[in-house]
Design a protein around this ligand. Structure first.
Ligand SMILES: [Zn+2]
Length: 99
């Protein structure tokens, strides 16, 4: 009567693995943890892993309105346009960064 228990155990591990979606833990890692350490430990490991969503953040970019070059650091004026003899003031804009 070990087979039904084993099937339940593996099914539970697979269900736990599905919880890893969108988190910084691999499916293989989550599955092996669940299988070897029990699905309860698997759930804990997954819940402790960071959510992917948290690495999305806002940043300020400085864009030249003439040539559209983006700078990550604030500057007096556009380097490219300065070489062309024009002093163009950069416009700051907020962008969402995914890493
Ligand atoms: Zn420019």
């Amino acid at each position: 009567m070990i087979a039904p228990l084993l099937i339940t155990y593996i099914s539970a591990s697979i269900l736990v693995t599905l919880l890893a979606t969108g988190r910084r833990i691999s499916f293989a890692g989550a599955f092996i943890t669940s299988l070897l350490m029990s699905p309860i430990i698997g759930i804990i490991a997954i819940l402790k892993s960071e959510k992917n969503i948290s690495i999305k953040h806002y940043s300020t970019r400085y864009v030249c309105p003439v040539c559209n070059i983006e700078y990550s650091q604030e500057k007096e004026c556009c380097d490219f346009c300065k070489e062309m003899g024009k002093e163009i003031k950069l416009e700051s804009k907020r962008v969402l960064i995914y890493e």
